[in-house]
Design a protein around this ligand. Structure first.
Ligand SMILES: [Zn+2]
Length: 60
């Protein structure tokens, strides 16, 4: 899929066990389910809340 902002093609990256779409300029794009997965994974493994806050992009 493409970035909703700049329409460039997103590349896929695996982060904390979740595959996310990334734009070079606009960061990560996650749908609701993916965000939840990253949240729970980050909690389990003790990642800082700030990291999760940086993943706040949402399609919906
Ligand atoms: Zn973009």
């Amino acid at each position: 899929m493409n970035c909703p902002v700049c329409q460039k093609r997103l590349y896929v990256k695996e982060m904390h066990g979740v595959v996310v779409d990334v734009c070079d300029e606009h960061g990560m794009w996650l749908d609701r389910g993916e965000l939840e997965k990253v949240h729970s994974h980050a909690k389990e493994h003790g990642f800082a809340e700030g990291f999760v806050d940086s993943l706040s992009h949402d399609y919906h």
